[in-house]
Structures are given as C-alpha cells and as structure tokens.
Design a protein around this ligand. Structure first.
Ligand SMILES: [Zn+2]
Length: 186
C-alpha cells in the first residue's frame, strides 16, 4: 500500500518502520528554514502500532522556549512539553512522545556523537518511557534538490539503527492503538 500523504522509512532488517505525515514534514521544513544558520529541533509526537514495529508521527513541536542553540549545537528545552504531552495522552486519540527531530545547517547530514549519546540516554530513561526513540535529522535544502533527512531508531542497549526511505507502507492493523507508553517529557 502506498500513500502519498505520508513518508515512510524502514530499517534494513525490516524490524522498525517510521511513518511521518506530509503535513508534519512541511512543518519541519518551515522550522528548519526559520532557523537559518543555526540548529533547531523539537520532539516527535505520535503513536506505535500494536506490535511496536511502526512509529507514526502525527505532530512535531517547534523548539521549546528554553532551548539553546548555535551553528553546530542544539540543546532542546523542556518548557511546555509536559503539559502538551499530558494533553495528547488523555485525548480521545491517544498520542505520546516517540522521539526527537533536529536540524543541522549543512547539506550533508551526519549525526554527532553527542546526538547518539543523547538518544541512548533517552532510550534508557524512566522519564521518557520510550524504549525505541526515533531521531530524525534534517539538513539544509540544497538548490534544486531535496533536503536530506536521516532517521535512526535507538534501543536501551546502545544499539542504533539507521532507517531508510521506502516507497511502500507496511500493512498496519488499526484495531487499536497501544497504550503502553506514558507521557513524560523530562
Ligand atoms: Zn545533531
């Protein structure tokens, strides 16, 4: 099944999938453009499929007000996230934290060792209650080309896997959305 309203990634071993709605990609594009020559970022909100194989991003946040940034670094703040995630958790369609996105003002995207460390820390954190957080990094838009985007999935045992764009979506059972994740942004 293909869906032109969503973009899909997958690990080479087909263990993990990531789906982001085009509307959210657009929002990310705008946030990156606004950041000009500095890094920026925020969190990914969404849900998992029942088998936890697929993360579906339904919302991306702008950088919280207490975030700090420079041309090659970004520290995502926490201001307002707890309240936002609380609201999404108790909503009729339950949504929760599933990872981080950030922007590198460079045409080639390489995760820094700090990026990798941070995500492993999140995967192991009781506060986040997210065992397989996603990290999405966007690069600068190059003339007449797409912005590069790289996605990674982390696990608590310090094992990061890159996910790659695919053109077909996994078959997803929509019977019910798993409710095992808890909100908790800090
Ligand atoms: Zn980075």
């Amino acid at each position: 099944m293909s869906n032109e309203n969503r973009v899909c990634w997958r690990t080479p071993d087909a263990m993990y999938y990531l789906i982001i709605e085009k509307l959210q990609i657009k929002q990310l594009e705008k946030l990156c453009s606004d950041a000009r020559d500095e890094e920026t970022g925020g969190i990914l909100i969404g849900h998992y499929t029942d088998d936890f194989s697929t993360a579906i991003v339904t919302e991306v946040t702008p950088p919280p007000a207490d975030s700090r940034k420079g041309p090659s670094w970004f520290i995502r703040g926490i201001s307002g996230l707890r309240q936002l995630l609380r609201k999404r958790w108790i909503a009729y369609k339950r949504r929760y934290y599933i990872g981080e996105w950030h922007y590198h003002p460079a045409s080639i995207v390489e995760p820094s060792s700090n990026d990798m460390r941070q995500m492993t820390r999140i995967a192991n954190s009781k506060d986040y209650e997210c065992k397989n957080p996603i990290m999405l990094i966007l690069g600068q838009k190059v003339t007449a080309g797409d912005r590069s985007m790289r996605a990674f999935v982390f696990s608590s045992n310090n094992n990061a896997k890159e996910m790659f764009r695919i053109n077909t979506e996994p078959i997803i059972s929509n019977s019910h959305i798993s409710q095992m994740r808890l909100e908790n942004p800090t």
